[in-house]
Every structure is written in structure tokens, then in C-alpha cells.
Design a protein around this ligand. Structure first.
Ligand code: GRF
Length: 203
């Protein structure tokens, strides 16, 4: 049986994409990264996918007439590559309700905080400024809200008194690189089901 196909959308450096690629290459994550798409032509994620021989595409929002066209292009590329699950790995845009409706429980995101705390941009800075002692990362299904979808898994990370955004982000990122492949492994094994706003993980 062939592996499930995922598509990864990234806007930047792509270290989470790399974490997935490494697990796939090591033979411990039974899926195929069928395509990588970025909304930024200079995203290092594109370089990583090229090196790994994964088809990659740029869809820039500014080159599209509007959000609808942008999302239709994304959707077309993902479908043309047989993608079953869309993974947002550092994608810095919000997908609209039309796109989400076309991919029900088929889009997941990694967020650098323990949701529902600190949604949106600069989650690490938000945690620092708030004075949180523990933060972390969350992998969740994406719904129409901003970082509000059903939670698949979370990993906690301590905030040290000496932390700045850089040190805290680096500590969280190490856990992101574990959490995202773990969540994908559960999905690939068919162990995730969504009941209401809860994700049930089969043993
Ligand atoms: C990560 O912190 C992710 O949680 C957030 O954006 C960052 C992307 O990092 N959404 P990378 O591009 O995967 O290295």
C-alpha cells in the first residue's frame, strides 16, 4: 500500500518541514511529502524541498487578484499532487473559510504556544511579556478561527528567568520538531478522530 500524501505550506525557514523530511527519510514516518508550497519566493523551505527532490511551488498573494484566487491556486496545486492532508508549518497567513471548508479536518498547524493561550503572531513574545512560567507548542486541526481548532497534541516548555524571545523560541522549536512528526505519525496510522472540539487518539 502506498503511503499517505501530505502537502506542506511554509512561509520561511522551514525547520519544521525539515523535521518531517528527516523522519520520512529515516523510515520512521510512513508518509510522502508530495509537494511544498510557499507564499514567499525567498523562503528557505523551498531550498530544503529542492534539495530533497520534493516538487515545490511559489504562490505569492501579491500576484493574485485576491484572497480567493490565492487560495484557489493553493488548492489546485495540493489536489494536483494527490494531497490528503495539508500541513501548515510556519505559514504566516490565515486560510479563509472557503479553503477550510474544502479540507475539513484535513489541515493541521503547529503553533508555538500552549493554546488557547497566546494565539496569533509572536506567541513566544506574548508568553514572555505575560510572565508565563510554562509555555510550549500545539499541533491542532485548523478550523475557521485563528488557532482555535481541535488540539491533537501539546508539549510544555519552561520559561526561564533569563529568557529572551530568541532563547525561548529555540527551546520551543526543539519540541515543535518532535510534536509535528508525532502528530503526523498518529494521523498516518489512522489514530485520530475529531469528536466535537476534541481529538480522540486511539491507543
Ligand atoms: C514555528 O515556530 C511555528 O510554530 C510557527 O512559525 C515557526 C516556523 O518555523 N508557526 P520554521 O519555518 O518551521 O522553521
Amino acid at each position: 500500500m502506498s503511503n499517505h500524501k501530505i502537502g506542506v505550506i511554509a512561509s520561511g525557514r522551514g525547520s519544521n518541514l525539515q523535521a518531517i523530511m528527516d523522519k520520512v527519510a529515516a523510515g520512521v514516518l510512513p508518509l510522502e511529502i508530495a509537494v511544498v508550497v510557499s507564499d514567499k519566493s525567498d523562503a528557505f523551505a523551498l531550498e530544503r524541498s529542492k534539495r530533497a527532490g520534493i516538487p515545490s511551488f511559489v504562490v505569492e498573494r501579491g500576484q493574485c487578484a485576491g484572497k480567493r484566487e490565492f487560495e484557489e491556486k493553493l488548492d489546485g496545486i495540493l489536489r494536483a499532487h494527490g494531497v490528503e492532508l495539508v500541513v501548515l508549518a510556519g505559514f504566516m497567513r490565515i486560510l479563509g473559510p472557503d479553503f477550510i471548508a474544502r479540507w475539513p479536518q484535513r489541515v493541521i498547524n503547529i503553533h508555538p504556544a500552549l493554546l488557547p493561550s497566546f494565539p496569533g503572531l509572536d506567541a513566544q513574545g506574548q508568553a514572555l511579556r505575560y510572565g508565563a512560567k510554562i509555555t510550549g507548542c500545539t499541533v491542532h486541526f485548523v478550523d475557521e478561527g485563528m488557532d482555535t481548532g481541535p488540539i491533537i497534541l501539546q508539549k510544555a516548555v519552561p520559561v526561564e528567568a533569563s529568557d529572551d524571545e530568541e532563547t525561548l523560541s529555540a527551546r520551543i522549536l526543539r519540541e515543535e520538531h518532535k510534536a509535528l512528526p508525532e502528530a503526523l505519525a498518529l494521523w498516518a496510522a489512522g489514530k485520530l478522530s475529531v469528536q466535537g472540539r476534541k481529538v480522540v487518539i486511539e491507543n
